[in-house]
Design a protein around this ligand. Structure first.
Ligand code: NAI
Length: 345
């Protein structure tokens, strides 16, 4: 029986994972708290921890998990910037869910964009109060506009297809441009200068932290709409706020926020929000914030549960080989994935 401490559990996680717990080879200890230095002891006696995007799995937490005999960190997300994979090497195996529904995220990015540009959120509130005025609801056509897409992986490509359906011109930037053609790549500077809409679909790394900062914003078109469904740290939120106040940024659609860890996913209504920057952003008429919701579709939750359980089972199998392992044996996670023929350690 594989015992799994399941951190940051929400009702929808439980509903998706519980059926696997009935299958006798795996048991989940569902915990509402997030994993961090204060809560790591709750994993004692477990073989694995299952974590999400705001669990903090740094070197110190990894050492404690190792001491408790935990052997696996199973991320139920694609992004893994919250896990120190380098520190885990040689101690704990790390697996993730590389793709569960890129459609869910790409479609949410477009939903945010349409809501913002066509002022649907404002119209919804007005008509509920029988206010049928159109003043202040003017949007703009997507057709013929330029959308700059940063990161053309699984989600970025689907977002590109959706944008093409609207008749938009797509300009893309990726550190590793795709070789199979069909996408017009350009340097970041050109994306900043030419895009009416910018959408972020690259991972958060040291290199991409604050990719959108005051300098970048200064190069952008006046009225640019910025969409971030990737990771909050890609945007310097203070610079974003300044850009909005200066009327340089036309709108911002944010599903993620750099300091979201203690705020998002929880009901904070009735409490005073201690994050002034987020409060100020939310108070802006041209900012829409969703609470890291882009992944949340039935299909995605089902795929996350299935892949996570398969990942856990493969790691505890005899050969322990798991296609979705992240490791640093080869000095690069991507290289390691390509060459792996045996367990990483
Ligand atoms: P992916 O790995 O398929 O694609 C990422 C792309 O970014 C790759 O083409 C890669 O070459 C590119 N890239 C890497 N470093 C770069 C850099 N320095 N500059 C520009 N591009 C760079 O990942 P996928 O599945 O498309 O996911 C993208 C991001 O979306 C994830 O990293 C994650 O942070 C975020 N995400 C957000 C969710 C949400 O609910 N809001 C859910 C799932 C993912």
């Amino acid at each position: 029986m594989i015992q799994v401490a399941f951190y940051d559990t929400k009702e929808y996680d439980k509903a998706a994972f519980e059926p696997y717990g009935a299958q006798k080879d795996i048991r989940f200890r569902f915990l509402e708290t997030k994993l961090n230095a204060d809560t790591v002891a709750l994993a004692e006696g477990c073989d694995a921890v299952c974590v999400f995007v705001n669990d903090q799995v740094d070197a110190a937490v990894i050492d404690r998990l190792h001491q408790y005999g935990v052997r696996l960190i199973a991320l139920r997300s694609a992004g893994y910037n919250n896990v120190d994979v380098r520190a885990a090497y040689g101690k704990l195996h790390v697996v993730h869910v590389p793709a569960y529904s890129p459609y869910a995220v790409a479609e949410h990015a477009m939903a945010l964009l349409l809501t913002s540009v066509r002022r649907i959120h404002k119209a919804y509130n007005r008509t509920r109060e029988f206010n049928f005025s159109l003043n202040g609801l003017t949007g703009f056509d997507f057709h013929g506009k330029t959308v700059g897409v940063i990161g053309t992986g699984k989600i970025g490509r689907i977002f590109i297809d959706i944008c093409r359906g609207f008749g938009m011109r797509v300009l893309a930037y990726d550190k590793y441009p795709s070789q199979d053609g069909g996408i017009e790549y350009a340097p970041l500077e050109r994306l900043f200068e030419e895009s009416d809409i910018l959408s972020l679909h690259c991972p958060l790394t040291e290199e991409t932290t604050h990719l959108i900062d005051a300098d970048a914003i200064q190069k952008m078109k006046k009225g640019v709409v910025i969409v971030n469904t990737s990771r909050g740290g890609l945007i310097d939120a203070e610079a974003l706020l300044e850009g909005i106040k200066a009327r340089k940024i036309g709108a911002a659609c944010l599903d993620v926020y750099e300091e979201e860890a203690d705020i998002f996913f929880e009901d904070r209504s009735g409490h005073i929000l201690n994050d002034d920057l987020l409060s100020r952003l939310i108070s802006m008429p041209n900012v829409i914030v969703t609470s890291h919701q882009a992944f949340l579709t039935r299909e995605a939750l089902g795929n996350i549960a299935e892949t996570t359980v398969n990942n856990i089972r493969s790691c505890f199998d005899r050969d322990g080989l798991c296609d979705n392992e992240l490791c640093y044996r080869c000095g690069s996670i991507e290289q390691c994935k390509k060459d792996r023929k045996e367990r990483c350690f």
